[in-house]
Design a protein around this ligand. Structure first.
Ligand SMILES: Nc1nc2c(ncn2[C@@H]2O[C@H](COP(=O)(O)OP(=O)(O)O)[C@@H](O)[C@H]2O)c(=O)[nH]1
Ligand SMILES: [Mg+2]
Length: 194
């Protein structure tokens, strides 16, 4: 089994401080509350590990988890809270940008999108950064248990169309019934091996 050993490494507010071990890493990005930490926990089969990034002060940090002593998962700061100030948004952009620029071992980004909302402007900004730095990406439509079949099909089609990507790159995820976890895990493994 893979991803069996996972430990919290730390929360970093500046790219200068991120671990320099050189392990290949996968980053989890998306709006606040979209389910980033939940997906990380599901992939690692742990109940609360990534919840650490929810504690005060850490929602704006790069939260590092060491996996199987050879990879990192990075829970990126969320974005897109309505109440966030312009200054906070700029800070988020700067941190994300310098992270993408600095992290030489970043193999791919898991960009999580709320299936009830689809792509929002903040998702489009994130996508621009990812495209600009030419980073491999896997899109995940989260909380799909909240949607009926027809709504699922609609959001899938619309999102696929807007992303203009292959269907293999866009997955459903539900923490309630575990939909998508095995497939997402498999794809992450493939990305890490590249
Ligand atoms: N129904 C449902 N709720 C979810 C799912 N994933 C996450 N949540 C809930 O959404 C909230 C935010 O999740 P969290 O992982 O903390 O989001 P983050 O801010 O992106 O890390 C929590 O209350 C989760 O329990 C899902 O697939 N289905
Ligand atoms: Mg979180």
């Amino acid at each position: 089994m893979r991803f069996t050993n996972a430990e919290y490494v730390g929360s970093f507010f500046k790219v200068e401080d991120i671990p320099k071990t050189g392990y290949p890493e996968i980053a989890f990005a998306g709006r606040s509350n979209v389910g980033k930490s939940t997906l990380i926990n599901k992939i690692l089969n742990r109940k609360k590990l990534a919840q650490v990034s929810k504690s005060p002060g850490k929602t704006r940090a790069l939260n590092y988890f060491e996996i199987d002593h050879k990879y990192y998962f990075v829970d990126l700061p969320g974005f897109g809270y309505a109440k966030i100030s312009k200054k906070d948004r700029e800070q988020w952009g700067k941190l994300i940008e310098s992270y993408f620029k600095t992290s030489k071992k970043l193999k791919g980004v898991i960009h999580i999108i709320d299936s009830r909302r689809g792509l929002m402007d903040s998702d489009r900004s994130l996508k621009e950064y990812i495209d600009y730095f030419d980073i491999e990406v896997l899109w995940v439509l989260s909380k799909v248990d909240k949607l009926k079949n027809q709504a699922r099909a609609d959001i899938y089609r619309n999102t696929l169309h807007e992303l203009n990507c292959s269907p293999q790159r866009l997955m459903f995820f539900s923490a309630v019934d575990g939909l998508g976890v095995t497939e997402i895990k498999k794809l992450i493994m493939e990305i890490l091996k590249r």
